[in-house]
Design a protein around this ligand. Structure first.
Ligand code: SAH
Ligand code: SF4
Ligand code: F3S
Length: 458
């Protein structure tokens, strides 16, 4: 880390916005969701309170994603709609941050001149200062290339009372040829283990029962830290330390990288009572040619070795993966290799994406080999059908079994049901008559779809 801005300097500057309402609209991954909790924390520290909707807000922060082209399209659509919102009350402030702002600061300004503040991913903790400045000086853009302060230094207002994100590492040192993340999130920086454990303890003291450790490549956690010359396996050690945190019920983590997954980590997942028996192992493609061109650092064979090691080491492990369909040069034969791994792997869930060329990435220059859209669409559907069937089989294995369920929120469709996750990460619905948010209870699984389970209290 280059330098850390003191929180007090960042947020105690004038003026306090007592009585104003803020809203944070988030696109993208868990990192962004967690950053949004930090932004909410900084806004509340400044005296604002959360609005119930965008319409009620005086200050709106749009936290953007740019992982695929449709994320960019969605952003400019949203900013277009917000012109009217801003026009209704000129004193309103529209702030745009996150990965797309980091990548395209000028474009955001050009396409939406009504935006007051454009802020990058590296200086999030400066947001209240920028808000102050825009009141005096008008529109402002502050996007910097190097991290100024870890967002983890800021207070945070969580969406969930019982389940919390905990950043252990930011940025990424890999160079997957399709991926824009390293260019918008910078190089890998690990937080110190003592900071992480202290944050976990503080979370538990405020009622949190489950934490999810966040990083782009969690099993390389700590490589950049000098911890008393120790050569210990840091990520495994961190899990072991967190497992000791009193009253914490469950620990999850995402995302590990298959090439860096170590046997001792798998053993720790099996042995540590609080670590959930769930592993996300992003494959991307089953074809060795494509994996090489993606610069993923493993072959299908090496991946399968780790996958089977995970299945052997961790009793009844739940596995999930990511697949990109239609990477440049992907032939029917290459795609068949992906289907083969999916058939053999028996994942609980597969997150599927259609390849999207991103500016500045190597794959963006493979234009001669781009796969036709119609072919990508049909491969995507084929994969989806295959996995839906497999997911359903996998989910059905729980019917009749007893599981530990942490109840997190009301289910999206009806107040009659609450939902949460069992240890393996499967979303589970339960009648709200007998249980409440925050309960960590034994349940019996009564039904399964390919995407969720239903349970009754035992
Ligand atoms: N660090 C994580 C991935 C973060 S991005 C990891 O390595 O697992 C989440 C997922 O988005 C990736 O796993 C990949 O499947 C998908 N993705 C990333 N860039 C993409 C692109 N250009 N087109 C399509 N999918 C992409
Ligand atoms: Fe992107 Fe690869 Fe880093 Fe994941 S590991 S964030 S896919 S570059
Ligand atoms: Fe996440 Fe999207 Fe940025 S996936 S890291 S919010 S580009």
């Amino acid at each position: 880390m280059k330098s850390t801005v003191e929180l007090t300097k960042t947020v105690k500057a004038k003026p306090s916005r007592n009585g104003l309402n803020y809203f944070v609209k988030t696109f993208g991954c868990q990192m962004n969701e967690h950053d949004s909790e930090r932004i909410a924390g900084l806004f509340e520290y400044d005296g604002m309170q959360k609005a119930s909707s965008v319409d009620e807000a005086d200050v709106l922060f749009v936290n953007t994603c740019t992982i695929r082209e449709n994320a960019d399209d969605k952003l400019y659509g949203t900013l277009g709609q917000l012109k009217k919102w801003k026009g209704e009350r000129p004193k309103r402030k529209l702030l745009v941050g996150g990965c797309a702002a980091q990548k395209d600061k000028e474009l955001v300004r050009q396409r939406a001149p009504w935006v007051d503040v454009v802020i990058g991913t590296h200086n999030l903790t400066n947001i209240v200062n920028l808000l102050n400045q825009t009141e005096d000086w008008g529109p402002i853009t502050e996007v910097i290339e190097e991290i100024q302060s870890l967002p983890t230094d800021a207070p945070s207002i969580r969406e969930s009372e019982v389940s919390a994100w905990l950043t252990i590492q930011i940025g990424c040192n890999n160079s997957c040829t399709f991926c824009i993340v390293p260019s918008v999130r910078g190089p890998e920086i690990s937080r110190r283990p003592s900071d992480i454990v202290n944050e976990a303890k503080a979370m538990v003291a405020s009622g949190v029962k489950e934490i999810t450790l966040l990083g782009q490549n969690v099993n390389s956690y700590g490589r950049d830290l000098k911890i008393n010359g120790s050569s210990k396996p840091y990520f495994t050690e961190l899990l072991t330390e967190l497992n000791e945190v009193e009253d914490l019920k469950r620990i999850r983590f995402t995302s590990p990288h298959p090439k860096d997954f170590k046997e001792h980590t798998l053993q720790a997942v099996n042995e540590l009572s609080k670590v959930s028996k769930q592993i996300h192992m992003p494959l991307q493609s089953g074809s060795n040619k494509i994996l090489r061109n993606m610069q993923r650092g493993y072959t299908q064979e090496k991946y399968m070795e780790k996958l089977y090691l995970a299945k052997e080491t961790i009793a009844d492990v739940s596995l999930t993966t990511d697949i990109i369909v239609g990477f440049p040069g992907e032939t029917d034969k290459d795609f068949e290799e992906t289907l083969k791994v999916i058939r053999e792997g028996k994942f609980d869930a597969v997150y599927m994406f259609k390849f999207s060329p991103r500016p500045g990435t190597k794959a963006n220059y493979m234009k001669d080999d781009f796969v036709e859209k119609a072919i990508i669409d049909s491969r995507f559907m084929e994969l989806k059908h295959l996995q839906t069937e497999i997911s359903h089989q996998r989910y059905k294995r729980f019917i009749g079994t007893q599981q530990d369920l942490l109840i997190e929120k009301y289910s999206k469709k009806t107040d009659e049901f609450l939902s949460g996750k069992i240890d393996g990460g499967q979303t589970t619905h339960i009648s709200s008559e007998t249980v409440q948010i925050g309960d960590y209870i034994k349940v019996k699984i009564t039904d399964a779809t390919p995407f969720a389970l239903t349970a009754v209290p035992v």
